[in-house]
Design a protein around this ligand. Structure first.
Ligand code: DQA
Length: 141
């Protein structure tokens, strides 16, 4: 069975409650149930942390075990060379995702320090961005 890991970074534990006009009103746990039901033949693991180093530890560990990673690094997307280096260090392909269209928002969200290390980037489709990333991994991995 193919194994995919979804990693959410800072503040994404508050999905459903946090700025619902930007990020929607569905919790990630509820969305994950729907996603798992849609892809019963894939093992979809999930991990969230608000801490940069913990995200790096997870990428380093899982990156040698799973078939692909879907990563929403939250605001660390725009700041973290260390996350970029972690993505480069692992064999598993990583798809960068964002719920919102970061390019239609503040200019500081237009730059991703991790995109160059990722297999591809999906943003702006709400929570459906995660499903599109899973589709991408299934097609290209
Ligand atoms: C986000 C976009 C980031 O700019 C922001 O810091 C987030 C969420 C998104 O999914 O749209 O925390 O990654």
């Amino acid at each position: 069975m193919r194994r995919i890991l979804i990693i959410n970074g800072p503040n994404l534990n508050l999905l459903g409650k946090r700025e619902p006009s930007t990020y929607g009103s569905v919790s990630f746990e509820d969305y994950l149930d729907t996603l798992r039901r849609r892809y019963p033949d894939i093992q979809t693991d999930y991990f969230q942390s608000n801490i940069e180093g913990v995200l790096i530890d997870k990428i380093q560990q899982a990156g040698f075990e799973v078939d692909g990673i879907v990563l929403n690094a939250g605001a660390y997307t725009h700041t973290s060379i260390a996350l970029q280096d972690a993505i480069r260090a692992i064999p598993a392909p990583v798809i960068e995702v964002h719920i919102s269209n970061v390019h239609a928002r503040e200019t500081y969200r237009h730059t991703s320090l991790i995109a160059a290390a990722c297999r591809g980037v999906i943003c702006g489709f709400g929570l459906d961005s995660y499903r599109l990333a899973v589709e991408a991994l299934l097609s290209y991995v």
